[in-house]
Design a protein. Structure first.
Length: 493
C-alpha cells in the first residue's frame, strides 16, 4: 500500500526501500538532509533509494562525537587501565588491614559460618550473583585468607560457589532472545553450558574434598595439590614470601597513609597470653614463662615496658619450671593485657583516629568500593579496547579444534579480565546460530581458566603462602573439572 499525502520521498544513493518504509518530510527538518530530488508516492508504488544514515531520527538525540584524536583516546584508555589496576591492588591492601583490625578485636568470629562446606558454597554463589563478578568475589576471598580471617580449607567451597554464581550473567543475557523462540532455545542452551559444567564439577569435587578432609584432617586433593605448588613457589614448607612483592611496593605508601596496622600487636594477640607457672605454697604469685619468640614481639611493641618486667630471681622453682627457650617474668600478664589486648591495632593513618572497629569498618567499605569500582571500569575499558578484535577471533575459533578453542577462550578472558564478558559475548552468537553449542563448551571452559588470573594477581598483592594457595585452588578446581568432564566425548555430551 502507498502512503497517503503529504508523504514525500527523498531520493539518494544508498539502500532500496518501498514507500511505506520511508519517513515523512514533515517529521524532520529539511536542512538536516541532502535532498537530490523529491517525488510523490501518488504516482504508484515504486522502488526508490534513500540514504538511511543521512536521515536523522526525530525522536532520538544524536550522541555527541568525540573531538579527541583516536590515538589520544586509546592512550587515555590505556592509562585508565593502569589506574584501575592500581586502585584494585590498593583496595586489596586496605581490605587486608581492615580485616586484621576487625579480626584482632574478635570480629573474626563472623566467618565461623563458613565451617560448613555447603554454607560456604552458598555464600560464594550469593556473593558472586550480587556483585556479578567471580573475579571480585574470589579477590575478596584471597584477601580474607591473606589477612588470616579465613582458612584455606573453609575458603575452597566459597571459590566453588563463585564459579557457579558467575554463570548467572550469560543466562540473563540469553533472555534477550525472548522474541524468537528458536533463537532463545539456542542462546539459553549455550548459556547453560556454563552452569552445567560448574555444577557438575562441584557435585564431583566438593564431596571428594570433604570426604578426603575427614580422613586427612585438612583438605582434599585440591587443598594438597595447591599447598604443594604454593610451597614450591615460595621456597619451603609453610614459608612466606622471601622477597617484597612489586605490587605491594607500589601501593603500600598510599595504603599506609590511609590505614596502617601494628603487625606486632596482631602477632602478640595471635600468640595468646603467657603461661602462668604454679608454685607449690604460693598460688597467688604472678609468675609466668614467656617464650623468647613472644618476648621478641613484645619488645617491638614497647621495649621500655618489657625491660621494666622483673625476672623470677626469688622463685627458683618457677625459674626451673620454665624451658631453656623461655624467660621467667613477674606480672607478665599485665603487660599482655595493657599492650596487646587493650592496644590499638591501627597505629597511624587517616582512619587510626576513629579506633580499630570504626577504622576497620570504614576501611572495609573503602576497599570494597575500590575493588568493585576498579574491576567494573577495568572490564569496560578492556571491552572497548579489545572486544572488537576478540569477536573476530571468536568467529575464527568456531572452525578450530576444541582444545585450541579452549585456549582462545582462556586468552580472551585473560585479556578482558572477565569471564562474564566473554561468555556473554558468546551467548548471542549461539542464539543466531553462528556458534554451535559444541564449540560454546570449550570456549566457556577456557574462560573459566582465564578468570583465575585475577585471583592470582590478588595473591601477588598479599603474597603469603595461604593467599597463593587459595588462588591456586581456584585454578586447579577448573583444571580438574575439565579433566573429568571434557576429554571423553560421552562425558562431554
Amino acid at each position: 500500500p502507498r502512503p497517503t499525502p503529504p508523504h514525500r520521498l527523498i531520493q539518494s544513493q544508498c539502500l532500496c526501500h518501498r514507500c511505506p518504509c520511508l519517513v515523512p518530510l514533515s517529521a524532520m527538518p529539511v536542512e538536516d538532509i541532502q535532498v537530490q530530488s523529491v517525488i510523490d508516492c501518488q504516482a504508484g508504488p515504486q522502488d526508490v533509494a534513500i540514504d538511511v544514515a543521512a536521515v536523522p531520527d526525530p525522536e532520538k538525540k544524536q550522541a555527541p562525537q568525540s573531538r579527541l584524536p583516536p590515538k589520544l583516546c586509546t592512550l587515555l584508555r590505556i592509562l585508565g587501565l593502569f589506574a584501575c589496576l592500581y586502585c584494585f591492588l590498593l583496595g586489596l591492601d586496605i581490605m587486608g588491614v581492615a580485616f586484621k583490625a576487625l579480626g584482632g578485636k574478635g570480629a573474626g568470629k563472623l566467618f565461623a559460618i563458613t565451617d560448613n562446606p555447603i554454607t560456604g558454597l552458598m555464600v560464594g554463589v550469593l556473593a558472586t550473583v550480587l556483585v556479578q563478578s567471580s573475579s571480585t568475589s574470589t579477590s575478596i576471598v584471597v584477601g580474607l585468607v591473606g589477612a588470616e580471617q579465613l582458612s584455606v580449607h573453609n575458603a575452597i567451597p566459597i571459590i566453588m560457589g563463585a564459579n557457579i554464581g558467575t554463570s548467572v550473567t550469560n543466562t540473563i543475557v540469553s533472555m534477550g532472545h525472548l522474541g524468537e523462540r528458536l533463537e532463545l532455545e539456542r542462546a539459553f542452551s549455550g548459556a547453560t553450558v556454563h552452569d552445567m559444567f560448574n555444577m557438575l564439577a562441584v557435585i564431583v569435587l566438593l564431596p571428594l574434598e570433604v570426604i578426603v578432609a575427614a580422613f586427612a584432617g585438612h583438605g582434599g586433593p585440591i587443598y594438597w595439590l595447591s599447598k604443594v605448588v604454593a610451597e614450591a613457589m615460595l621456597g619451603g614448607s609453610g614459608a612466606e614470601a622471601t622477597f617484597t612483592s612489586p605490587t605491594t611496593a607500589m601501593v603500600e605508601p598510599l595504603a599506609n597513609a590511609i590505614i596502617y596496622k601494628s603487625k606486632y600487636v596482631i602477632k602478640a594477640l595471635s600468640m595468646g597470653p603467657p603461661a602462668k607457672v604454679s608454685i607449690p605454697g604460693a598460688a597467688d604469685a604472678n609468675v609466668f614463662c614467656v617464650s623468647d619468640a613472644m618476648l621478641s614481639v613484645w619488645k617491638h611493641i614497647d621495649e621500655s615496658a618489657v625491660s621494666a618486667l622483673q625476672a623470677c630471681q626469688q622463685q627458683v622453682a618457677a625459674a626451673a619450671a620454665c624451658k631453656s627457650e623461655s624467660s621467667c617474668l613477674l606480672d607478665a600478664d599485665k603487660f599482655y593485657v595493657d599492650h596487646a589486648e587493650h592496644a590499638q591495632i591501627l597505629k597511624s593513618g587517616l582512619l587510626a583516629s576513629i579506633g580499630d572497629v570504626g577504622g576497620g569498618v570504614v576501611g572495609l567499605l573503602i576497599s570494597l568500593a575500590l575493588i568493585c569500582g576498579s574491576l567494573f571500569v577495568l572490564v569496560k575499558l578492556l571491552h572497548v579496547l579489545v572486544m572488537g578484535s576478540a569477536r573476530r577471533v571468536i568467529m575464527k575459533a568456531t572452525h578450530m579444534n576444541d582444545y585450541l578453542a579452549m585456549a582462545v577462550g582462556a586468552v580472551l578472558t585473560f585479556v578482558v579480565q572477565s569471564s562474564s564478558v566473554v561468555t556473554s559475548a558468546l551467548t548471542p552468537l549461539c542464539g543466531i546460530g553462528v556458534l554451535p553449542v559444541e564449540k560454546m563448551l570449550p570456549m566457556t571452559l577456557g574462560a573459566n581458566i582465564g578468570t583465575t588470573f585475577t585471583g592470582l594477581l590478588a595473591a601477588m598483592s598479599v603474597l603469603t603462602s595461604a593467599s597463593l594457595q587459595i588462588a591456586l585452588c581456584h585454578l586447579f578446581f577448573n583444571v580438574l573439572g575439565i579433566f573429568i568432564w571434557f576429554p571423553v566425548p560421552a562425558m562431554r555430551k
